[in-house]
Structures are given as C-alpha cells and as structure tokens.
Ligand binder design. Structure first.
Ligand code: GLP
Length: 253
C-alpha cells in the first residue's frame, strides 16, 4: 500500500505542509489541475497559498481547479455554497481566472446530467493532478457517505444526519442545511494522479484510527484510498490520538 503518513504537531503545521505540496505541484506544472475541497480543515491551506502568492508571487494563471462537491439548491452567491466559499477563501486571493475554476452546479435543472457533465469536464481537463481531501467524522470523502460503492462516479447524494449536524455550524439552523449534494464519486477521486488527505482535531480521531487500520470497506469511504498508488496523509496529534501510542510519534516539528 502506497499510503504515506506525515504526522504533524498541529493545524498550522498541517496547513503549511499541505500548502508546500500544492505550491511545488504548481511550480512543476503551471497548468496543473487541482482538485479542491471545502470545510474547516483546508481553510489554513488556502490561507497559506494566498500568503505565498502575495509574498512570493507563485502564479495560478494557468491552473485549473475542480471542486469535490456542492450542496443542491444553494445559489453560487449563497454564503453557505461551496462556490461562494472557494471564491471567498481562495480564488479571490490568487491570480487564477475564475472561469478556470469549477464547482458542480447545485442549481442545475437536471442534476443527473450535471453529474455526467462534471465527469466529462474532468476528463477534458486531462484528469486531476493533485486532489486535496478532508475527511468526515464518519470517514466520508467529498460527500461520499458510508456504504457508497467505490465504483461510483459523480452523483447526487442524500446527506446523513451526522454530516448535516456537523455542517450545521455554518448555517443559521439545522433546518437550513441542504439535504442533498452533488459529489465526485470515489471512482472519480481515485482517478486523480495524486491525493493529499488532511485531518486535524480529535473529532477525526476515530475515522483516522479506522483508516490507518488498513481495512478496505465501503463502511469507511476514505479506506478506498488504500487502493490508490500515491496518497499522502497529513494528520495532527489530535487526529491521531486514537492510534496506538508507539505509532504516534510526531515526525515533523
Ligand atoms: C464536509 C465536506 C468534505 C469535508 C468534510 C470535513 O462535509 N463535504 O469535503 O472534507 O466534510 O469537513 P471539515 O474539514 O469542516 O471537518
């Protein structure tokens, strides 16, 4: 199994290390296709990328991006849509042309057609060079909830209550959290040439312990990553706190 684990002290260190990998990728291949994620975990990475762009001028002029997922029914201008999040936290801070950034359209009249279009789009871009991932408390990646077959392409999902509750902190109330989303499937994610998964905080410790046990099962969607040849996991101490002590040494300062 080609899964590399970088154990880091904390969120800041995780964010810096992930940003370094992305910056290196963009320098090596200026027209790289980056697969991006949303949520709290990746916010620090986006702050690092923005700071590096300002200070060192790393250019994203030729980069193309595809996001993992989007809520169904939220307008791109809705502050809780993932399109809004991406524009706000990353794209507006870089020199990337907005038309080269892609997020599934959660308002599409025909959602199944939108899923097919998104798969074609990724192919037309030449595939994803580097996919950034967070992990849900139940081990979901993107919005692929437990039980999702690994063969699934981009599809519409009904969100689990656990996921809706976890994401409710961004919404006025639980009732406002959409019930459906469009997400890249596990097969879509596994087609990326390289994958970087981030985990921070003790609420991810259970999912991480199960992931690092190595059992590959649709009950833990992230375990599909064991089937991929080039995965780097960057996790902090809290996220690794349920791993047996002897394996928990912090490698990076
Ligand atoms: C969300 C997103 C995922 C994200 C995960 C973790 O529901 N759909 O793409 O990786 O859950 O989110 P957070 O980083 O906020 O913990």
């Amino acid at each position: 199994m080609a899964m590399k684990l970088l154990k880091v002290a904390d969120y800041a260190e995780m964010s810096r290390q992930a940003a370094d990998i992305i910056i290196k990728q963009v320098k090596e291949k200026p027209n790289a296709v980056l697969g991006l994620a949303t949520g709290s975990t990746v916010l620090g990475v986006y702050r690092e990328l923005a700071a590096d762009h300002r200070q060192h001028g790393t250019s994203y002029r030729l980069v193309r991006t595809v996001n993992l997922d989007e809520y169904v029914g939220l307008d791109p201008d809705h502050p809780n849509s993932y399109r809004y999040y991406m524009n706000q936290h990353l794209f507006a801070q870089l020199d990337i042309p907005l038309h080269e950034t892609h997020v599934p359209d959660g308002l599409a009249a025909d959602l199944d057609e939108e899923c097919r279009r998104y798969e074609r789009l990724i192919d037309e871009l030449g595939g994803i060079d580097l996919q950034l991932l967070g992990i849900g408390r139940n081990g979901h990646i993107g919005f692929n909830e437990p039980g999702t077959p690994f063969s699934t392409a981009t599809h519409v999902v009904e969100l689990t209550e656990l996921t809706r509750e976890a994401n409710a902190r961004f919404f006025p109330s639980l009732d406002d959290v959409p019930r459906y989303a469009i997400t890249m499937g596990i097969a879509t994610i596994l087609r990326s040439r390289r994958i970087v998964l981030l985990a921070s905080g003790e609420e991810k410790a259970d999912a991480m312990a199960r992931l690092l046990e190595g059992v590959v099962t649709p009950d833990l969607p992230a375990s599909a990553l064991h089937l991929h040849p080039d995965v780097t996991i960057i996790a902090d101490c809290e996220a690794l706190s349920l791993i047996p002590k002897e394996k928990r040494r912090v490698d990076a300062p």
